[in-house]
Design a protein around this ligand. Structure first.
Ligand SMILES: Cc1cc2nc3c(=O)[nH]c(=O)nc-3n(C[C@H](O)[C@H](O)[C@H](O)COP(=O)(O)OP(=O)(O)OC[C@H]3O[C@@H](n4cnc5c(N)ncnc54)[C@H](O)[C@@H]3O)c2cc1C
Length: 306
């Protein structure tokens, strides 16, 4: 269970005491504040705080004294222009702070995004919960034969059952030993010192859950989302990125719309690829062999235009 009844009560209490403010507010984001959205079997994302909205992006771009807004249509046009031309600093004026609960192996991918501020739950100080990511059977796949960095078809039958059983029993055994090592009573019922938490944790597998607060500006968040909401990203991090996308779409609808169009839905083309498009438009039949592109590049090019 991602959130206990006590934690939910704390969230409800926080949501029940609005305060007046002169700051820029996003109505869409206000409806998400503090709410935990479940991801995977024990994880979640929830917005702790945010700064700015679509208007704040325009205000910064125009270096304005007031709200910076001309009209909603004007603002949307400006935001699309900024996104199209990689004029990124106005997007950095908006920030989001998330509380994320995620498996350690997902955290290892996530932490590579260095342009964020992170504070992680301390397993030196606190005892970790017995919470391990165990994939749904539909997400237990074979190694991909096309992409060394991906997965292929879903495992079935006895093999799938065996894998699930190994994941569950290894996780539980490791946690039993973690508890036994930090306990103040030994297996014989006699008192023992108990191993330091900072050492006992080294025996825990990478599917155990950790938590952190993660603060990032909108420009770098879009960079994260472009890489991690992509169909090539690992499923287990992609579902977090997808959940964040939903929140961002309500927070800054115009900026998210531009991001969705130019980045998520768009494609960057090399000089060779553009040349092929021009030749195709003139009626020439271009193939991989005549394109000047490698097989991999050609496959991606076809994927983008077909
Ligand atoms: C599909 C996929 C597969 C991957 N596979 C691997 C892998 O096999 N092995 C592996 O190690 N990683 C892998 N990565 C991680 C990847 O290499 C990046 O580390 C990660 O995506 C973070 O990207 P970033 O550095 O652009 O982001 P951020 O760290 O958020 O940086 C954003 C931008 O800021 C700039 N920047 C930040 N820090 C510096 C710096 N110190 N110097 C110069 N510029 C900086 C860069 O322009 C950068 O693009 C993979 C990522 C993806 C999406």
């Amino acid at each position: 269970m991602p959130i206990s009844p006590e934690q939910q009560a704390e969230i409800d209490e926080q949501r029940s005491s609005p305060q007046p403010t002169l700051r820029a507010v996003s109505e869409g984001m206000e409806s998400h504040l503090y709410t935990a959205y479940p991801v995977l079997d024990h994880g979640f994302i929830r917005v702790i705080d945010y700064m700015g909205n679509d208007e704040a992006i325009c205000q910064a771009a125009r270096v304005s004294y007031g709200k910076g807004t001309k009209s909603v249509q004007n603002d949307e046009g400006l935001i699309r222009y900024l996104m199209r031309h990689w004029h990124s600093t106005p997007f950095e004026m908006c920030e989001i702070k998330l509380h994320v609960k995620l498996p350690v192996f997902v955290a290892r991918q996530w932490i590579r995004h260095r342009t964020a501020n992170v504070n992680e739950y301390s397993a030196r100080y606190s005892i970790l919960d017995r919470e391990f990511y165990i994939p749904e059977p539909s997400h237990i796949n074979a190694q991909s034969v096309i992409n060394n960095q991906g997965r292929g078809g879903v495992l079935e039958g006895a093999e799938a059952a065996r894998v699930l059983e190994i994941l569950k029993s290894d996780s539980n055994r490791a946690y039993d030993n973690y508890e036994a090592m930090i306990a103040e009573t030994g297996p014989d019922g006699e008192p023992q010192d108990g191993l330091a938490r900072e050492l006992a944790r080294m025996n825990l597998p990478a599917n155990i859950y950790t938590q952190w607060y993660w603060k990032v500006d909108l420009h770098n968040l879009f960079h994260f989302l472009r890489l991690r909401a992509d169909s090539h990203a690992q499923y287990e991090i992609r579902v977090y990125a997808d959940a964040i996308c939903k929140v961002v779409a309500d927070w800054v609808p115009a900026a998210y719309g531009a991001f969705e169009d130019y980045r998520l839905g768009g494609a960057t083309m090399s000089g060779k690829a553009l040349d092929c498009v021009r030749r195709m438009l003139k009626g020439e039949e271009v193939t991989q062999e005549t394109s000047g592109m490698s097989k991999g590049e050609w496959r991606e090019f076809e994927g983008a235009i077909k």
